[in-house]
Design a protein around this ligand. Structure first.
Ligand SMILES: Nc1ncnc2c1ncn2[C@@H]1O[C@H](COP(=O)(O)OP(=O)(O)OP(=O)(O)O)[C@@H](O)[C@H]1O
Length: 367
């Protein structure tokens, strides 16, 4: 996926910006508060329908503007098909266009443009609760498994209905029916996720070795959210029904699933440092990006926010040389170009960001 044009209007301090990215590394450089992260946020919004810094209505729209607008254009690598997406978001309502036609659901835009984002909050992928890891798995499946979204929706609906019944102390017959539906959808969801985690194994090993060789071989495993080795989900739901009725929500199942990542040199519960957690999170994200490339024939966009303050020089160099070799299109923010310690041979385009304006400085061939 190689973005050729990005237009941003009224995102945080950006009144209007037009960016024509280069094919390799795109470096967004500028002082603190200049608006660099906002450019990545705008791209992330097109790819995920939300920001990585909170809800759209909590500050993403420039103060005083009625709505933000983002537009992106690119050419698909395998088919040479030209694609474009546009989004106007007013906080509570939005309008989206995909290839010139209106879309009814934000997820239609997100299917078209894929991006993997590494930002200061990404360490939560390793150090926080299971939700970001489930989201990571589901994002990958959403893009590489056409049949996944209906299963995900079916499961989410059944869980919502069962929880509503549990909360209201609902009729047992109705609970039986929703247990059946939740178990059927949950088993399917579990199967998709398990197969996906298994398929990711070589990529996780590869990126962990690339970024964290000092921790030894990486291993990861899918944790299903109930004792699947002992019980089918339908039986597990029945067993936990009494407790679920008391608590008013479903305590077991794929909505409690998790992904565990460990390293040979850190057995047991020895904690990773904060920097190692970030690198491990990055390894997971890039493993997913590489799996996307293997199945879809092109890389998603790689967005790396504030890279110089997230990774030390050695890890940064390892990451960037691997990304340059991969051929992915990468967007990196930083306060100083020198701090990124780029190799002059790497194809790169520099944009200077100032007061919410984004101007192209030069490309590596001109430097
Ligand atoms: N809703 C808003 N309307 C106008 N300006 C905003 C809004 N929200 C944030 N800002 C301003 O936009 C800028 C946000 O910029 P952003 O976080 O993208 O900067 P940055 O270049 O990544 O900075 P840093 O290097 O400090 O991380 C800040 O100056 C902030 O005060």
């Amino acid at each position: 996926m190689k973005l050729q044009q990005l237009e941003i209007a009224d995102v945080r301090s950006i009144r209007q910006a037009s960016v024509e990215p280069g094919d390799g590394l795109n470096l967004l450089v500028g002082g603190n508060g200049a608006g660099k992260t906002s450019v990545l946020e705008a791209l992330h919004l097109l790819a995920y329908g939300r920001s990585f810094r909170g809800r759209v209505r909590d500050g993403l729209i420039r103060t005083g503007a009625p709505a933000l607008q983002v537009f992106a254009r690119w050419t698909e690598q395998d088919s040479s098909r030209r694609r474009q997406v546009g989004l106007r978001h007013a906080g509570n309502e939005w309008e989206g266009r995909l290839d010139g036609a209106d879309v009814g659901q934000l997820s239609e835009l997100c299917t078209a443009l894929a991006a993997v984002t590494f930002e200061p909050g990404s360490h939560a992928l390793l150090s926080g609760g299971g939700e970001p890891r489930r989201r990571l798995l589901d994002w990958g499946l959403f893009h590489v498994e056409p049949g996944f979204m209906p299963v995900w929706r079916r499961h989410a609906r059944a869980l919502k209905q069962r929880n509503a019944l549990l909360k209201s102390g609902g009729a047992l017959a109705a609970l039986d029916a929703w247990d059946g539906e939740l178990a059927a959808a949950g088993e399917l969801l579990d199967r998709h996720r398990r197969a996906y985690v298994e398929a990711l194994e070589p990529q996780v090993e590869h990126w962990a070795k690339e970024l964290l060789p000092e921790l030894g071989p990486a291993h990861h495993a899918y944790v299903p959210g109930w004792r699947r080795e002992d019980l089918a989900l339908a039986d597990a739901l029945l067993v936990s029904r009494e407790r679920d009725l008391q608590l008013g929500y479903t305590t077991i199942g794929p909505h409690r699933a998790d992904l565990q990542l460990g390293f040979a040199a850190r057995p047991g519960h020895e904690a990773l440092s904060r920097g190692q957690s970030k690198l491990a999170a990055l390894a997971l994200l890039l493993a997913q990006a590489e799996d996307f490339r293997a199945r879809r024939g092109e890389w998603p966009l790689i967005l790396l926010d504030d890279l110089a303050s997230e990774l030390d020089r050695q890890h940064r160099h390892a990451l960037l040389s691997a990304l340059v070799a991969s051929g992915a299109q990468v967007f990196i923010t930083g306060t100083e170009l020198e701090a990124l310690a780029l190799d002059p041979a790497w194809p790169s385009t520099v944009f200077h960001v100032e007061h919410g304006l984004c101007g192209r400085l030069d490309s590596s061939s001109e430097r």
